[in-house]
Design a binder for this molecule. Sequence first.
Ligand code: AKG
Ligand code: FE2
Length: 344
Amino acid sequence: MSNIPTSASRQALASVPVIDIAPFCGDSTHAERRRVAGEIRQACIDIGFFYISGHGFLPAEMDEILANGRRFFALPVDEKMRIAARNNAANLGFIQTGGLNPDAATAAQADRKERLYLSRELAPGELPDDTSPAGKSQWLPEETLPGFRAAIERQTARKVTLARQLARAFSLSLDLPENYLESFHDRLGCIHSFNYYPPIDPEVADKLWGFSPHTDYGTFTILHQDNSGGLQARNADGEWIDVPPIANTFVINVGDLLARWTNDTYVSTLHRVMNRSATARLSISFFAYPNPRAEIASLESCLHDQPSAYKPVISGEYIRHLLTQAYETGRTGVSSRTAERLAR
Ligand SMILES: O=C(O)CCC(=O)C(=O)O
Ligand SMILES: [Fe+2]
């Protein structure tokens, strides 16, 4: 692509753009998809965040999954701890405030969020992989939450499809063949995370985060937030801007692995959550990771005849390393990769 925006033209946005991705979800012309891909490229260069509309999820479906998330977190903590993530090989399950092994001291400082981490089912014939969470979800007995598992599995499958459609859009945005990134995600590693944020007392709001500033780790995240508000992202000038709820949209953000893959053409942006509303906030993140054994080396279309800043990594090992770091501290924090980038 000539005359295309590059990271040299990063702009400090005051708000996150909304992009209609319908051309990637149904019949469309190449020109239509190319136009959308151009909008995605600009957003990923400027801030690494954009909303999507035109994704095909019905409003009732979106309400239903939020309602199911609320049902889970409303259970007594002892019930939720029956599927504690610390007892699961892939660390899927319930993560209480303070992380996997909170002691009193760390839990007092930790992010206030509780989480439920799930993944997708294995596809027919797919074998489990040590570095992929696929097929390793834990579930409460059906009688505890009737209909919960079936509803979540349906939604997870829908988001796997949406992730593939987005992979096509990202490919085109990077001047790659349209199926290029999709072929790295046909054994998609993914975590479908339900995030519960109790309201934070304004008196201690400076010390206690719902979710402290962090970046995500994978290729991209599909985020569904309820209407509480409280999410912010850091723009190219280092200012925190609101990413308020917009009905019937998802928020997409670039993860560390895609930033690395694009040699920092696309930015994995710091973001954070403070629930200042009087009621609990619920959000649902779907983290898309490439096939666990895929080698991720900087894309040719992002090198511009310069050597890459990064060595190739194996996707599953890289993600597992960052997740372990987060689980053990109870604060997702800034990944070591982002720390390196911020220090440069
Ligand atoms: O709750 C939100 O809006 C953001 C969640 C988030 O940043 C994450 O799950 O990584
Ligand atoms: Fe995040």
